[in-house]
Design a protein. Structure first.
Length: 80
């Protein structure tokens, strides 16, 4: 069974960050470095079976403003 944790990105180690990057590029044919640069920040949910990363999801809060109001939105992308 997969183990799922939900740390903020600052709590992820370099091995996990590298595995997430590799997973995203493997799963999404249209993934680019520019796309990947939108991912840092927020809460991430890497799923592992043992030491193998088998999935990942994240919610990265963004602030959006218009002439009328400012608001917060979550943007996310998942793999597997």
């Amino acid at each position: 069974m997969a183990e799922l944790v939900t740390p903020h990105i600052c709590a992820l180690d370099l091995d996990t960050l590298g595995a997430v990057r590799a997973l995203l590029f493997e799963e999404f044919d249209d993934m680019s470095e520019e796309d990947r640069e939108h991912g840092p920040g927020g809460v991430h949910a890497p799923a592992r079976e043992g030491r193998v990363l088998v999935g990942h999801a994240s919610v990265v809060q963004r602030r959006r403003s218009t002439r009328r109001a400012a608001g917060r939105r979550g943007a996310g992308r998942s793999a597997r």
